[in-house]
Design a binder for this molecule. Sequence first.
Ligand code: BTN
Length: 268
Amino acid sequence: MNLFKPKILHYKSLPSTNNEAARLAAHGAEEGLAVVAEEQTAGRGRLQRSWLSPMGAGLYCSVLLRPKFSADRWPLITFVAALSVSDALLEACGLKTDIKWPNDLLAGERKICGVLAEVIETSEGRAVVLGMGVNVTRDAFPKELAAVAISVDEATGRENQRSTILHFLLKAVARWYPLLEEVEGDQKVIAEWVSRSSYAEGKLVTIVNGDETLTGVTRGLATDGALRLQTELGIVVVRAGDVSRVRAAMKSEARRGSEWLNQQSEGS
Ligand code: BTN
C-alpha cells in the first residue's frame, strides 16, 4: 500500500478518525492508510476544541503518514493538507477556496474545512495522522455558526458527493506530500500555499494564542511555515494561534489606536 494506492477503511461511526488511524498505526498500519467515518461522536479540532461531525454531513477523513524527511519540514504537512483539500474542492465541485493560516479553508470568508495533524509514536517510529474535516451539507455545523462557517453545498448551490471529494482529496495528497521529500519541495509547497491565500501578505489581522493577542499585518511565511507578522514592534514570527481578519468597523477602532498599522495594511 502507498499514497498512490491507498487502503481506505470506511466506518459508519467512530469517536474520531484521527484516533482510529493512530490506533491502527500503533498496530503497524502502513503509510497511506485512510480512515473515513460517516459520523464522529468525539471529533477533535485544533487547540483542544471539538469538531462537530453529524452523520453524513461532512467528510471526516484521516490519512496516516510516516515521513522520512527531516523534522523541520513536518509543520508543512498541514500545508499539504490545505492544498489537497483546496484541489479536491476545485476538481470535485468547481469550488475555489481561500486559505487562512495555518490551514483553514474558507469560502466567502467562512470556514469550510479544518485540518488537524497529530504526531504519534509507534513501534515503527514517529508518524503523523493528518485529519481533515470538510463541511459538505448545511447540517455539518449548528445554526449559531452560520456567520463563520459554510458547507460545500451552500457554497456551490447544489448537492455534492462526499465520495467524489474523498477520491480527489486522496489523489491530491499523493501529489503534494512527496514534494516534501524533494530538495526544494518545501519552498514549492509554501509558494503554492501563499499563492492561494489572501492571508499570506498585507492583511491586517489579530492573532490570539492563549492569553496573548497580537495585531499586525501579514508578511508572508517563514521557511518552516510560521506566519510573519509586521507589528509596531517589528516582525514577529507566529507559530500557533487563531487568526482573524480585522474588519472595517474594527479597523476604525484600530486606526484610533494606531495610525501606523493601517498604513501598513492593504487598505481593504
Ligand atoms: C480544526 O480545528 O479546524 C481542525 C478540525 C479537524 C477535524 C477533522 S475531522 C477528521 C479528523 N478527525 C478528528 O477528530 N478531527 C479531524
